[in-house]
Ligand binder design. Sequence first.
Ligand code: SF4
Length: 315
Amino acid sequence: MYPSHFTMPLSLQFELTGQCNLKCRHCYNRSGELPLDAMTAERWKKLSKELAAHGGIFECIISGGEPFLLGEDLFAIMDILHDDGAIFLVITNGFLITEKIVRRLQKYRYRWLQISIDASNAQAHDALRRVPGSWEKAVHAALNAADAGIPLAIANTIIPETIEDLPEMARLAYFCGAASLITGEVFPSGRGAIDEALLLNNEERARLWHIIEEQRVIFQGRMKIQRSMSNRSQLEGVSDLPAAGAIIRPNGDIRLDCTAPFVIGNVANASFYEQWQKSRGCWQDKRVKEYIESVDWYSGKSNLHKNHVEGDILL
Ligand code: SF4
């Protein structure tokens, strides 16, 4: 028999900050609009030590906002988890990743380092991310990371205007040395749910999927091309027992998942371990099940709740 709940999550996402150096039109969690972080660097370190003391986690997903804004504190947090045996999936816009930073990142074990590049050209990427020079920085970061032997994934978000750019984007990702390109439409959450002009209609989605399949064939055996998982598929997957993951937000909230607006506690001033034990059965809560049912398989939209637009729900 499999357990219905792990004593500690296998994977825990640290949204280390709600602050960001970019202002992306499609930001799923509205980074840069959030109040200042309640989770200080010291609190993240304390939490990391607490996790290690209770048997540790298998994987930590590092995200934000932009996690490299934490500077030295990011490495101090990663060191605690690394010394306890955790592997990392680091999600970044790449802007702050210099060659020196890449050399420091080489010591960790990874699922992958994920850098976001939204187009094959600076004009389209910088317009979406609303900071000039952000494409060039991201491409340099990707080249340096792959060159240093860090497993690199490039995350690419498609809007209606960039669908036909995907073949060129795939060539850029391959040129950068990416092991995989994760591509898909804007997730309708946060700023992505507010600005409807960013979302694809059914015809555009069908065209995108067709191009993705063509590119998969072209790059087969050389670079993996993944369509980003639909919100509904992801929720159906993670809601199956055993409960194995959660997200800690910059305000300390423990959230079930980045797309499900449910909170099971807060670690800004309290232990994670005890609250995790109390979260047994949360994915079977009627409100959570209703929310998952409300999410459209293709567009990812829920007709019950706008993720990161309307407030979270405490279970
Ligand atoms: S999408 Fe990423 S890089 Fe853009 S504002 Fe949000 S956290 Fe920052």
